[in-house]
Design a protein. Sequence first.
Length: 266
Amino acid sequence: MTIKAPYALQFDRASVRFPGTATYALENISLQVAPGELLTIVGASGSGKSTLLRCVNRLVELCDGRIEIDGVALESFAIDPLRRTIGYAIQGVGLFAHLTVAENLALVPESLGWPRARIDARIDEMLATVRLDPQIYRRRRPRALSGGQAQRVGIARALMAYPRLLLLDEPFGAVDPILRPQLQAELLGVLRAARTTTLFVTHDVDEALLLGDRIAVIDEGHLRAIGTPRALLDRPPDDFTAELLCGDALLHEYRRARLAVREQSR
Ligand SMILES: Nc1ncnc2c1ncn2[C@@H]1O[C@H](COP(=O)(O)OP(=O)(O)OP(=O)(O)O)[C@@H](O)[C@H]1O
Ligand SMILES: [Mg+2]
């Protein structure tokens, strides 16, 4: 089986305005994500982070500007085949309640025509990746999962079919602080191995600094800053970014020290 190359993604002055609203949910967003890059996205509630992800698989349409995948305008792709190449773990999970965990995970591979044995093996592999015992969880329905377990199934589902682009919307929001670092490390391993291009939304600044090759800061629909954790921590371009990413002097020192450790271990 050939795993297709990760997508390059480009936003060019992309804007979104929802019907009946006076302001833009996103305005003039320009950014590029390189193949295999992991971009974390931070910003206040309501700043437009989820909307940014939803534009990429066309759950939301732009009112202005454009988005390109591998240099091709998003509208040129047929929606369904495009979506099958994009893994999407939505905020609030979105598992199908009437399907078991295994059936949820099998949906995209089935639509791609994978043989049954391969689907089953991949289900076990992905459940193990998110630390859920396949023996126990394969046959569960979503209502019999905790919030954090359901989130992990959502991540497993997004990864199932070797996506060329991964959209993760606060994937660890409901996962406890003990398991969270393990899942972060596991996810980083999977993403490095697969070299999947990833947009990762999080409220957790430390998670954004730890996971991101670069970080994008969104504020009221605008891109305030984008850069490596090192660049943004050392030289935040504005007060908003400084306050959000650096915090007070002590926290700033801590975050820089932690980043230095991470840079050494790469
Ligand atoms: N379908 C819609 N119709 C009208 N307004 C919408 C719609 N979807 C989102 N919005 C508005 O767009 C803005 C951005 O929403 P979005 O969900 O992208 O925020 P967010 O940054 O993901 O927030 P959170 O951190 O709370 O998840 C909000 O003001 C929201 O109310
Ligand atoms: Mg959101």
